[in-house]
Design a protein around this ligand. Sequence first.
Ligand code: MTE
Ligand code: MO
Length: 267
Amino acid sequence: MAETRSPQAPASVDDVERLLRRQTRRSLLVGGAAALAGLAGWRWLRTRDKEGGLAWPFRRVLELNERLAQAYYQESRRAPEFPLEQAAEPRVNYRVGVPEPAAVATWKLRVEGAGAPVELTVDDIKALPRVDMVTELKCVEGWSQVVHWTGARLVDLIAGCPLATPSGQVPDLQRHRADLYPYVGLETPGGGYTVGLEMATALHPQTLLCYAMGGRPLTWGHGAPLRLVTPLKYGFKSIKWLSTLRFTDQRPVDYWAEQGYDWYAGH
Ligand SMILES: Nc1nc2c(c(=O)[nH]1)N[C@H]1C(S)=C(S)[C@@H](COP(=O)(O)O)O[C@H]1N2
Ligand SMILES: [Mo]
């Protein structure tokens, strides 16, 4: 499949390179549309309730960045993948916002957006197509580790989720991506740790909701029961103990961006 660019994106690849200061890595694209298949058995508790006053337009000041991000995190750009033999367990790097292990028993993933929230279990996530990925976890603090991750693509959750659209309709990712909230906010309980993603990254096939690492169930230190992993961005975006996922038109708060790191955190 050829590399494609969103028709609205005004930025050349060079602009994106310069502005986001990241190396281009192109790799062959394998079956992009397959990501959207296989949702059988996935049921959402639909609701007719809508939150009022859902403003759609992006805030102007963010518009350029958003377009660049759309161009930059498009599906055809892949983070490099590695042979399984190179994978190892990374260090446990902080546990900001992570509750004590006993809380695992009562964990649910709360999903918020256009209608009444729903709560999902790990089994709901495991019912989505299982994906294995061997990618580099890069921390802004200067270390990196190749890690074998297993989980579900976030895009597969989004594809079946009416909460992801301001209209409250099940998203049509092939023909009507405009009817999606522009951001996803991810949080540990009470917002102790927060991550914001623009929708292009949320839809990217290498953005996973992970429940296993190194072929074994995720440990508490690495974010069990469920964590996000996005190898397109620095490790701080890969939130551990993810318990709330919010579709929103407001750019979400991000713990490390609040400390002064780039909100997009591409590398
Ligand atoms: N909830 C939560 N998620 C988090 C962190 C954290 O402190 N709390 N640290 C982040 C950082 S800085 C990195 S580099 C990765 C490290 O993942 P690991 O601890 O599984 O190696 O997790 C990220 N996710
Ligand atoms: Mo990190």
